[in-house]
Design a protein around this ligand. Structure first.
Ligand code: BTN
Length: 228
């Protein structure tokens, strides 16, 4: 596997997109710091030094990437003793606080999986308004980890899970934050829906049960709000 390393970059995801045609084999772009890290829906992803900021580019056609990418992260974190949940579709949550996230983008036949995890940084490295809702590996374990090693283990785990996709839905649901609980969803067009989280379907879409006991399939959403 090809690895391209940066001390500091605007965004590994943007770099991957700008140079997409040059990647002729699976490639990892990893940076120690990002100045313009991107989250889903064009949100900022604060990326101070100490975090894992990685984009993995691979040419493949796999239907359940939305399932496999967050699951690969959660399984890898579990190997270093951190048991996380997945807030659909792809936020990684430790005891109710966000520890990382993943964004999946496609250009032509290539996919770019952007992974951001708060690793060796402390809560104080983040803007004050975020501190209540996030955590880092260091805050949990009180010790530093090898960030690149975690990144490579996540990519390997994602590739491994793709081979064993029969059980992906179950594995994902076992790790799902808020399963069986009430949730409010803000859809892409701003519409709000309420229901109980039942799980996901084979495509990684969210299944809710509404007040009339009907199943609702949510394909994408800007925000999920769980009760405290
Ligand atoms: C999210 O939580 O909304 C997804 C966050 C994805 C962040 C990663 S960090 C590496 C890659 N480069 C970016 O600019 N974004 C992704």
């Amino acid at each position: 596997m090809n690895i391209i390393r940066f001390e500091r970059i605007n965004s590994t995801q943007d770099y991957a997109k700008e140079h997409i045609s040059s990647f002729t084999e699976p490639t990892i772009i990893i940076a120690k710091e990002q100045t313009e890290g991107k989250g889903r829906y064009g949100r900022r992803f604060l990326s101070p030094e100490g975090g894992l900021y990685l984009s993995f580019i691979i040419e493949l056609d796999f239907p359940s990437l939305n399932i496999v990418a967050p699951l690969g992260i959660a399984e890898s974190l579990s190997r270093i003793g951190i048991e996380t949940k997945i807030l659909w579709p792809n936020d990684i949550i430790y005891k109710g606080k966000k520890i990382g996230g993943v964004i999946i983008e496609r250009i032509d036949k290539k996919i770019i999986i952007g992974i951001g995890i708060n690793c060796n940084n402390r809560i104080d490295d983040f803007d004050e308004y975020l501190r209540e809702n996030i955590t880092t590996i260091y805050e949990i374990k009180k010790e530093k980890i090898d960030i690149e090693e975690l990144g490579i283990s996540i990519v390997e785990q994602i590739l491994y899970l793709m081979k064993d996709y029969e059980f992906l839905k179950d594995l994902y649901e076992r790790r799902m934050e808020g399963i069986g609980k009430k949730v409010k969803i803000i859809k892409d067009d701003g519409e709000e829906i309420k229901g109980i989280i039942k799980g996901i379907n084979e495509n990684g879409e969210l299944i809710l049960r509404n007040n009339d006991n009907k199943s609702i399939v949510v394909i994408s959403a800007k925000k999920l709000i769980l009760p405290d």
